[in-house]
Design a protein around this ligand. Structure first.
Ligand code: IMP
Ligand code: MG
Length: 178
């Protein structure tokens, strides 16, 4: 069982579910006057968070996904490459980028620039986790589930070499597994 590979659980299923309800209420409030808001999930890490979050949003939205290059092992690659692009035009639309974690900030920083260049009216970021101690570019997510320390985390979408995404909570692996 993959849960036996964990040293500790950082964020429980219940904490994630409750926080998603709060974030949903907040987004309903902040986007009450907007029309046709597009939630853009960053594959693959955002999938469980996207699923949990959109159930708690009651305004009229659409969803889409993008895939960008990310980590190989535990090291950030420093720049991003689009592997799967959005399916519809984003001209003049309000976008909410949905991320699993903001670490160095390189990914959301590059993505925001790219999406504004493609004509988005507004791009905000909602992330399940924030690791502010690792930031390399001066950027903040607009909505944050939980702040984590400078530790590599897995679960609820987050992977280590593509594994552990299916854990229903967020935790830290035992040292000998890295
Ligand atoms: P950033 O561009 O450095 O902010 O990195 C963002 C991406 O790196 C996230 O979407 C994750 O895929 C990955 N990442 C960063 N920290 C972790 C971690 O602790 N566990 C798993 N993936 C991580
Ligand atoms: Mg990711």
């Amino acid at each position: 069982m993959i849960k036996d590979d964990l040293k500790k659980i950082l964020v429980s299923e219940e904490q994630i579910a409750n926080r998603c309800k709060e974030l949903g209420r907040q987004l309903d409030h902040d986007y009450a006057d907007k029309h046709n808001v597009l939630f853009v999930g960053i594959l693959k890490g955002s999938v469980p968070f996207m699923a949990e979050l959109i159930k708690r949003v009651s305004i009229d939205i659409e969803i889409d996904f993008m895939a960008v290059s990310s980590y190989s092992g535990t090291e950030s690659l420093g720049d991003i490459k689009i592997i799967k692009d959005l399916e519809q035009s984003i001209q003049g639309r309000d976008l909410i980028l949905v991320e699993d974690i903001v670490d160095t900030g390189v990914t959301i920083n590059s993505l925001k620039t790219l999406l504004y260049n493609k004509g988005a009216n507004d791009v905000k970021v909602v992330t399940l986790l924030d690791k502010p101690s690792r930031r390399q570019v001066d950027i903040k997510a607009d909505y944050i589930g939980f702040e984590v320390e400078n530790e590599f985390v897995v679960g609820f979408g987050l992977d280590y070499n593509q594994r552990y995404r299916n854990l229903p909570y967020v935790g830290v692996l035992k040292e000998e597994l890295y």
